[in-house]
Design a protein around this ligand. Structure first.
Ligand SMILES: [Zn+2]
Length: 451
């Protein structure tokens, strides 16, 4: 991998002091940031294997997309304008039960390239289609080939879910162990595997407790959709007599290793429980708006010290993987919802997307900010465009002005994956052509008519 110098850029460190160096430089050795400071780079760094001139660019920590379902890349646009449970029945489930490993791999490839193009260097994939168990391997293979940092939250349901997508507790455990054995150390440790119980109404108490105990022994986390819709919370009250977060607290599962995706329909007491146990909330504003699920109480959560990460959710409910659009939507949604223009500042949103994402990913000491000793996961964004100039305040431009088309360079683990707006690790056009080719057959097998 060697050495990389990024010089002359505006470095948005997101370190504890939230310093911005303009101009500044970053020096990378192999997979690690070894030096970062304001001003001109020392002359010895100019001998780096690669020197990148970041003049008129923002240099930021890679964004963390803390929740998606990459297989849904092929489903996007198929079931617009439906509430969650209808959307599952008409689009997601028919396709999910017939996808092959190759189709899942190609869907993941397209989805991961889209993530990179949007400035996301780390992705948590809540992957729950195992009609063919090799689908999980297909997704991990795609992650490995793109070079992105990847956390496979292996999804599962063992009760009351679609029969073709349910599994026995024995298979859930044996398959997750198999995937960890195969992928946990892949690509310099970039890929990791954890348990991803799908939804409270599809997961038994026994398997929840058992798998979470295993996760804690592995020092990894648990990833679950909770309180996405009011209907699902009411279902839990009817089934178990308590709300989602109360249920997780009773099972002893709340902690910094718990990733609570959505968390829209929470009571005051549940927000206090999340704060008390330092669990992480993963906020998916575009998906929550798309499915008309509701507005998560993010500003209140932040006020109580809760760590919030941001995510696109699956392309089936977004319909894209554009994290920069998620950042802007986060700011705007909470301003209008609270009728308070000060409720979230650009810095707050960046902190959620990077530091919050790093905590959700389980690597708060390794990613999420640009600091010596941290992994070199870095994104360069062009600010010299008609869409952004003149830039008065870089965090503001990053939230309100820039788009995926401005992402210039993406580095993960010290390796350049995208340079001058081109993906350099895989042949993007070939992947798109292959993906287009398999879709017709997939939709025919799923019995879905596409116009
Ligand atoms: Zn989801």
């Amino acid at each position: 991998m060697g050495t990389i110098l990024i010089e002359n850029g505006t470095i948005v460190t997101l370190n504890d002091l939230e310093e911005i160096y303009s101009p500044g430089y970053v020096f990378i050795e192999n997979d690690t940031i070894v030096d970062i400071a304001s001003g001109e780079a020392p002359s010895q760094y100019l001998r780096a294997d690669t020197v990148i001139n970041a003049n008129l660019m923002a240099v930021i920590p890679g964004l963390v997309n803390a929740h998606t379902h990459l297989f849904q890349t092929f489903i996007r646009g198929l079931a617009d304008d439906k509430p969650l449970l209808d959307w599952l029945k008409t689009a997601i489930w028919p396709v999910a039960q017939v996808m092959t490993e190759e189709e899942t791999y190609l869907a993941a490839m397209v989805g991961l390239i889209e993530n990179l193009r949007g400035g996301a260097t780390s992705v948590i994939d809540h992957q729950y289609i195992h009609a063919d168990p090799r689908n999980d391997d297909g997704v991990c293979r795609a992650a490995d080939e793109t070079g992105i940092r990847f956390l496979l939250a292996r999804g599962w349901a063992d009760m009351d879910y679609h029969p073709a997508l349910m599994e026995t507790p024995e298979r859930i455990v044996s398959e997750t162990i198999r995937l960890r054995d195969r992928w946990q150390i892949a690509g310099n440790g970039r890929t990791r595997v954890e348990y991803g119980p799908l939804i409270p109404w599809g997961c038994s108490d026994e398997t929840m407790s058992h798998t979470h105990e295993m996760s804690r022994n592995w020092c990894s986390g648990t990833h679950i959709h909770v309180a996405e819709t009011k209907t699902e919370v009411d279902m839990n009250i009817a089934l178990r007599g308590n709300r989602h977060i109360e249920w997780l607290a009773e099972l002893g599962m709340l902690g910094p290793d718990m990733q609570l995706v959505h968390s829209v329909w929470l009571s005051d007491a549940e927000i206090d429980l999340i704060a008390k146990y330092k669990a992480i909330v993963v906020h998916c504003p575009v998906s929550n708006m798309y499915l008309a699920s509701g507005v998560a109480r993010v500003p209140e959560m932040l006020e109580k010290g809760i760590t919030v990460a941001l995510a696109s959710d699956g392309p089936g409910s977004n319909n894209n993987q554009d994290m920069l659009a998620v950042l802007k939507t986060t700011a705007l949604l909470h301003k209008v919802n609270s009728l308070n223009a000060m409720v979230l500042l650009p810095e707050d949103v960046l902190r959620m997307a990077c530091r919050g994402g790093a905590a959700a990913f389980g690597l708060p000491d390794q990613i999420g900010s640009l600091q010596p000793g941290k992994k070199a996961d870095i994104v360069l964004i062009d600010l010299d465009t008609p869409m952004a100039m003149p830039v008065h305040h870089v965090p503001s431009a990053l939230i309100y002005n820039v788009s995926t088309r401005d992402v210039d360079t993406v580095i993960v683990d010290g390796r350049i994956l995208m340079r001058d707006k081109s993906i350099v690790v895989v042949d993007e056009k070939t992947i798109l052509a292959k993906a287009r080719k398999v879709c017709d057959d997939l939709f025919t097998r799923a019995g879905i008519k596409v116009d």
